[in-house]
Ligand binder design. Structure first.
Ligand code: GTP
Length: 332
């Protein structure tokens, strides 16, 4: 949900329909509610409702349609335009929606996306912090998670990976199995992606795909993100600079892995897959053997891809591929 023009359909079309950001300017306003069923991990079906944000629709959701719209909600994702000209009205609608949600789906998680962050002049951190404080105040006792997002960089994948992660019932079991696969491969990390969206489902690391706290990090300029190629998977390597991103390095991490590596991989692979379709090729797998790391991205199950990254120079891609093949049965 969110005001008209805040970018709801754009993010849906990017993540779930694999369209590039440049095509979103052609999208028309959503009339009433558009429902999508996205098959996500075998039997898990994501029922996505894109609620048109024009005032007349919002008024109807909050009156006659209230019990339909807010019943059985797993997650409410409310989108706020960072430079909205009607902040007060946006907040009023939001708090009314929150009240209805509490009444009909008291257990639903609430994610707030402060969207179109690319329009904010750097430094963006303080702007996001101010907006987050405003949203927390408007949310009262309700627990919320806030992300700064833009369709022009990986920030959208970070937010959506986190959202989807909360909906997966057996995420901790997946993490355990990925940990075992990482050990078997002598790998630094194993990451599981959903096949069509390329959202991160689980990683071999104990922490969730992305931290729940609001990200005060600056977003890179759109051009930097769009011009990247999969070779930028080197975020799994040892260097740390990327545009204007503010990174907190973990001093205990010998490989200096970037905190944004998951969402950057999602974004880059999606862009690469899109390039493949333009030349009528299909994306199947990716192998990299570089001086400081080896990586394989390959199909694991019908609905997932797995990325294995090893910093051990004796590990060869053929061995990683064989282990993926052997692990398939376990994950099916
Ligand atoms: P309704 O369907 O009326 O509720 O609107 P909506 O929230 O679905 O908005 P929509 O996705 O149609 O986006 C409106 C405009 O915002 C489009 O022209 C998009 O290209 C643009 N837009 C979406 N996301 C971003 C973003 O992250 N940054 C910028 N600069 N523009 C964006």
């Amino acid at each position: 949900m969110g005001a008209s023009g805040s970018g709801k359909t754009s993010m849906r079309s990017l993540i779930f329909s694999n369209n590039p950001a440049s095509l979103t300017t052609r999208l028309g306003a959503t009339i009433d509610v558009e429902q999508n069923h996205v098959r996500f991990l075998g039997d898990l079906i994501l029922n996505l409702w894109d609620c048109g944000g024009q005032d007349a629709f919002m008024d109807s959701y909050l009156s006659t349609q209230q019990s339909t719209i807010f019943q059985h909600v797993g997650v409410l994702i409310y989108v706020f335009e960072v430079e909205s000209r009607s902040v007060q009205r946006d907040l009023e609608y939001y708090t009314e929606c929150l009240q209805a949600l509490r009444k009909f789906s008291p257990d639903a998680a609430v994610f707030l996306l402060v969207h179109k962050m690319d329009l904010v002049r750097p430094p963006r951190g303080p702007v996001l912090e101010k907006k987050t404080a405003e949203l927390r105040a408007a949310s009262g006792d309700t627990e919320i998670t806030v992300f700064g997002t833009s369709i022009y960089d990986e920030s959208l994948y970070k937010a959506w990976s986190r959202i989807v992660h909360t909906l997966i019932p057996n995420a901790s079991v997946l993490t355990k199995h990925l940990g075992k696969l990482a050990d078997a491969c002598n790998a630094t990390e194993v990451v599981l992606f959903e096949r069509t969206t390329f959202l991160v489902i689980a990683t071999s690391s104990q922490q969730p795909p992305s931290p729940p706290a609001p990200a005060p990090s600056d977003l890179p300029p759109a051009s930097a993100a769009l011009s990247s190629t999969p070779s930028s998977l080197s975020s799994f390597g040892s260097h740390t600079e990327h545009g204007s991103l503010v990174h907190q390095e973990d001093d205990n991490d010998p490989h200096k892995l970037e905190p944004t590596r998951y969402e950057r991989t999602s974004e880059l692979i999606k862009a690469f897959k899109h390039s493949c379709t333009r030349v009528r090729e299909e994306f199947h797998a990716l192998e990299m053997e570089l001086a400081d790391f080896t990586a394989v991205l390959d199909e694991l199950t019908k609905n997932t891809y797995v990325l294995i990254v090893a910093h051990d120079p004796t590990v060869e891609t053929a061995a990683l591929k064989m282990n993926i093949r052997l692990a398939r049965k376990k994950f099916e």
